[in-house]
Ligand binder design. Structure first.
Ligand code: UDX
Length: 437
């Protein structure tokens, strides 16, 4: 099939590349000429595991092409995916200007039947609005389908190639059949393609992400309470997670959820409720608790240093909002760095992938180490913000020599508390007893 993907961010690029992998002829369109030129030369503009191999293979096979021309995109694809940004606008709603602007341009360019697919996370009713905008420019037949993505950064290729489900929101049999044909190779295992109306599909995405954010936030509150009563959240988590109604995943407490999806989607769902006179109390609480959780280590650090961290040096391991990505959007590490700098502390950081992005934000206000060991040299404490595998088994003796004092604030619960006590560290983690003095 001929497919166009408009927008080559994480979602667009993974969608385009994976659809080319099953033999479709894909044209990816982006307005950023520099990016398009790079991609034409075979350079993947983002870090996403396994994407590179598929990207090169499909470019070589001439199934994956790039252009800056929306006109070419509209002419090429029988199915046209809109994978455009829907950033948070000033009041927490999703900003639809990219999606609707593109819909308007597509309307002007349409010459024959096409299926336009909303792949971006968009508020309920957007498919309807996209349809109205296109219709206002053309009499040509077309359908608008809502097909939300459930891709996790770091696992996006795998999630696309082996999805647990595919959601297609459409009321047109013709569009549904085309979409089913396109996705059939990805669900040979028997996982379902769930067909529903456009609005339910749009809400499914928000509901799924908000539920997961709520699940994590609930565990973060349980972790905070564990510390008050002297319980161990790891044990509570194991005890709860084995109940199949709860499930083991997304029960890991930490310093809050971040990324490009959860924070934005929870706020957008809350805001759409409010706009309709519905108060999502639970989402309001999730937003509030997560904001506090992101900075939960700061008061602990201050207490440890007798409320005087001015001039102290902190090493930070992990800057990305989670491992296996260079994405720092809404990353807890950023909030921690900001708080430390505002209190006059020095910060030296290391992350295997996210350093260039952090450099763009903090410039020379902080020190960028070449590796994890260099980051800890002469630091008064180590703070762990992202659970990269690289940080899981450090040489503790080396770490003790490197740090001015053996102090770790672990926002991701990487180490065993007893082992840390034996190693002689002051070790503060989330929802577990603090060890050492
Ligand atoms: C998420 C959804 O999982 C995906 O389906 C959707 O399409 C996009 O948003 P992503 O943002 O890439 O994916 O990351 P995910 O792995 O879901 O993690 C989100 C955040 O939750 C991260 O900050 C992570 O550290 C945090 N998290 C996750 C926890 O704090 N605890 C957990 O147990 C799981």
């Amino acid at each position: 099939m001929k497919v166009s993907v408009i927008g080559t961010g994480y979602v667009g690029l993974v969608t385009g590349t994976c659809l080319a992998e099953t033999g479709n002829n894909v044209l990816c369109v982006d307005i950023d000429k520099k990016k398009v030129d790079k991609m034409k030369k075979g350079v993947v503009p983002i870090y996403e595991p396994h994407l590179d191999v598929l990207f090169q293979r499909n470019i070589k096979a001439k199934r994956l092409n790039f252009s800056t021309s929306l006109k070419e995109g509209v002419e090429h694809g029988d199915i046209i995916f809109l994978a455009l940004p829907t950033p948070e606008d000033g009041d927490g709603s999703a900003d639809l200007s990219y999606v609707l602007g593109c819909a308007s341009d597509i309307g002007k360019l349409l010459k024959c039947y096409k299926v336009i697919v909303d792949k971006s996370t968009v508020p309920v009713g957007t498919a309807e609005r996209v349809c109205e905008v296109i219709s206002s420019h053309t009499d040509v037949e077309f359908d608008v389908v809502s097909n939300p993505e459930f891709l996790r950064e770091g696992f996006a290729v795998d999630d696309f190639l082996k999805p647990e489900r595919i959601v297609i929101g459409s009321s047109s049999q013709k569009a549904i059949e085309l979409m089913e044909k396109l996705y059939k190779p990805f669900v040979r295992s028997g996982n379902p393609i769930i067909i529903m109306d456009e609005k339910s599909a749009e809400l499914t995405k928000y509901a799924a992400n908000s539920f997961l954010a709520t699940k994590i936030t609930f565990m973060n509150e349980i972790a905070n309470f564990c510390e008050k009563v002297g319980a161990d959240v790891d044990k509570v988590r194991a005890g709860m997670g084995t109940d199949s109604r709860i499930g083991k995943r997304f029960l890991f407490p930490g310093i809050g959820y971040g990324g490009s999806c959860f924070p934005k989607d929870v706020k957008a769902l809350y805001k759409s409720g409010k706009d309709l006179g519905y108060e999502f109390d639970i989402l309001n609480a999730v937003i509030k608790v997560n904001d506090i959780q992101k900075k939960i280590l700061i008061p602990r650090i201050e207490t440890y240093f007798n409320n005087d961290i001015k001039g102290k040096t902190f090493a930070i391991w992990g800057l990305a909002f989670k491992p296996e990505t260079d994405d720092i959007r809404e990353a807890p590490a950023l909030y921690i760095i900001e708080a430390l700098l505002s209190k006059g502390a020095n910060v030296q950081v290391f992350d295997p992938e996210a350093m260039p992005n952090v450099k763009l934000k903090f410039g020379n206000q902080i020190l960028y180490a070449l590796n994890k060991d260099e980051a800890t040299v002469n630091a008064d404490a180590l703070i762990i913000c992202t659970e990269w595998s690289l940080f899981r088994t450090p040489d503790f003796d080396k770490l003790k020599t490197s740090l001015n004092q053996p102090v770790i604030f672990d926002g991701r619960n990487l180490y065993d508390i007893k082992e840390m006590q034996q190693e002689g560290f002051y070790y503060s983690s989330i929802g577990r007893e603090t060890k050492g003095k």
